[in-house]
Design a protein around this ligand. Structure first.
Ligand SMILES: [Zn+2]
Length: 333
């Protein structure tokens, strides 16, 4: 914007356009809409199971029957998509549960697509929930600490993505942050005939303390070390743009910035630089902080939630992944 073309007082009085609600709506630049929201859901085996997540009020680990109920409710409220995470019964050193044809996510996807064909099912592709050590890739133990192997992990990720597509997933969302995984997944999908299945990559995913509550939900806390050898350093913005560029070159259709609120500058730069459909993930602690303060009566939950999501939209997010999706969709009605 060229500021020298902007009017000056008293000819220009910005308050003229703030006189009434109708006037303010007329000139509002950014709106929230349920059609932009994605609800993350966690599925585990069993029946009639709703296991509450301590630090995420309103979020549960759900058995497939309960998952279906929750997804139907979201769909009715106007939320167009869910993002599915699986909690397997057994974990091992090669994450076999992640790509098993009858794995928990694969079963859930088939059920959802049969019962709610119009609801978009996005599947998170990662190995951490399925690995006994809780890391997102294959681990090679060494004297100086474990190493997460990049290229051997790609095969397992690609296999997982293909099994999700075979089950009927609408969008594949790799969250592991291994180098080259979007290309590996794109190739595997194309080979299997899924050339039309989009990839939403967690392109700029930061190693963040804001993921704390999620690890309880997905039971994916690493048993040793941390994720800093693959997730990004919080201070790096230029590197985030390179990560996004790489994923786009490798075939990502939608790029994501995660977390959202503490990384709005990244979101803005990604949208401005690439113009690709861009998603923001309002992560577990963002949700937990609002819920906790609201429960104490310290903030207005609805107003703070709206303002936070609006900030993500204003920064450049086309899509917002949020645990508050159903509440927000209902509030917007
Ligand atoms: Zn992971």
């Amino acid at each position: 914007m060229r500021m020298n073309f902007v009017g000056t007082f008293p000819a220009y009085r910005p308050r003229r356009l703030r006189q009434s609600a109708a006037m303010r709506r007329l000139v509002s630049e950014t709106q929230l809409s349920a059609s932009r929201l994605v609800l993350p859901l966690f599925v585990r085996s069993g029946r009639k199971i709703r296991r509450a997540i301590q630090a995420m009020p309103g979020v549960f680990q759900l058995s497939p029957d309960e998952l279906l109920r929750e997804a139907a409710q979201a769909h009715r409220a106007g939320v167009p998509a869910i993002l599915l995470f699986g909690i397997p019964d057994k974990k091992d050193a090669k994450a076999s549960g992640a790509y098993a044809a009858n794995g928990i996510v694969q079963q859930a996807v088939r059920l959802l697509k049969k019962e709610l064909p119009e609801l978009l099912v996005i599947t998170d592709v990662c190995l951490c929930e399925y690995m006994e050590h809780g890391h997102c890739g294959i681990v090679q133990p060494s004297k100086t600490g474990a190493k997460i192997l990049n290229d051997p992990t790609l095969k397992l990720l690609a296999r997982t993505a293909a099994s999700h597509a075979e089950a009927g997933a609408d969008i594949i969302a790799p969250s592991d942050m291994m180098d080259g995984r979007v290309r590996a997944i794109r190739e595997q999908l194309d080979k299997g005939g899924f050339t039309e299945t989009p990839i939403m990559s967690y392109a700029a995913k930061f190693a963040s303390a804001f993921y704390g509550p999620f690890r309880e939900a997905a039971e994916s806390t690493p048993k040793f070390g941390d994720r800093r050898s693959y997730q990004m350093d919080a201070g790096n913005a230029a590197e985030a743009l390179r990560e996004v560029a790489l994923d786009i070159q490798e075939g990502a259709d939608i790029v994501m910035v995660k977390p959202a609120l503490a990384y709005l500058d990244i979101l803005h730069r990604v949208k401005a630089e690439f113009g690709y459909p861009t998603a923001a993930y309002a992560v577990s602690a963002e949700h937990a902080m609002i819920k906790a303060a609201a429960a104490k009566g310290w903030i207005d939950e609805r107003a703070v939630t709206f303002e936070s999501l609006l900030a993500m939209r204003r920064a450049g997010a086309d899509i917002i992944i949020t645990y508050a999706a159903v509440d927000v969709a209902k509030w917007l009605k």
